[in-house]
Design a binder for this molecule. Structure first.
Ligand SMILES: [Zn+2]
Length: 276
């Protein structure tokens, strides 16, 4: 499942060019083809086609794991969920089997939302507030201070791993980067958020930012899904390394299930320090 670094990599490639083709900014939507109705959350298919045609892509942004195409005047939001990907193609290329939504653009290009498992969603709205309002802060935003992060942790009497995956607590983390951040911070996935001290909380925020920035630097991780191109999977310290030696101390990495998610950690570097 794409997490913040993978979505950010796609955002930059679509905005600035690279990966499949030239930048999308400045291109106008000539036509829209909805090939799987449920991919579109709002509005109705007929209204979508009428409204988006003729709008120009002015920016490609991101909030958490959502991509935000700033059109004029609407916003197109796309969430890739489990298996979604966005491809820039020649407008007359054969339609791949799992294309769900295709936007024909000027310059003989098209933007295709490909999604084999069909969990991805698109929204065309005039204001994205209602869709994004429950999201927690952006982990890389300087507006999130270590004091504010400490206070957020203390307002939740929850285990760290499920809390980090909760998009209302912090936007953008998934299973890979949560496991990697906890290892780098030396915190057990079952530690209780409300019992961390200021030093532990600051270390956790620094580690979250470090693994996300490393992931972006490596153009994301190509694992478990159709994402193409990144190689951060070659730099994992714990994720899917069960039984392999911890890079810090040599202890075998363990896997436990927390909130139905496989969770990887080093039992020596990440000992439980709170009452979970
Ligand atoms: Zn270790």
């Amino acid at each position: 499942m794409p997490e913040l670094p993978e979505v950010e990599t796609i955002r930059r490639a679509l905005r600035d060019g690279g990966r499949d083709g030239p930048p999308l900014v400045g291109r106008r939507v000539q036509a829209a083809h909805l090939l799987w109705e449920r991919t579109l959350a709002v509005p109705s298919p007929a209204e979508f086609q009428r409204r988006i045609t003729g709008q120009m892509i002015q920016d490609v942004g991101r909030r958490g794991k959502f991509l935000l195409f700033g059109l004029s005047p609407d916003i197109l939001l796309i969430h890739l969920r489990m298996s979604g990907d966005l491809l820039v193609e020649p407008y007359d290329a054969p339609l791949a089997a799992h294309h769900r939504l295709v936007l024909d653009l000027d310059g003989d290009l098209r933007l295709a939302f490909n999604d084999p498992r069909k969990f991805g969603r698109a929204w065309l709205v005039s204001d994205p507030k209602d869709i994004l309002e429950g999201l927690g802060p952006e982990p890389l935003s300087p507006e999130l201070t270590s004091q504010a992060f400490y206070e957020r942790l203390h307002s939740h009497r929850r285990q760290l791993k499920p809390l980090l995956l909760d998009q209302t607590f912090l936007a953008g983390l998934g299973n890979i980067y949560a496991d990697e951040a906890l290892h780098q911070a030396g915190l057990h996935p079952l530690d209780n958020a409300s019992q961390l001290d200021q030093t532990q909380a600051a270390r956790l925020l620094t580690s979250i930012r470090q693994v996300l920035e490393d992931g972006i630097q490596r153009q994301g991780a190509s694992i478990d899904w159709v994402y193409r191109g990144g190689d951060f999977q070659n730099y994992f310290h714990v994720y899917q390394r069960t039984g392999e030696a911890c890079n810090n101390c040599g202890t075998p990495i363990q896997r436990i299930v927390v909130g139905q998610r496989g969770t990887h950690f080093c039992p020596a570097c990440q000992s439980l320090t709170t009452n979970s």
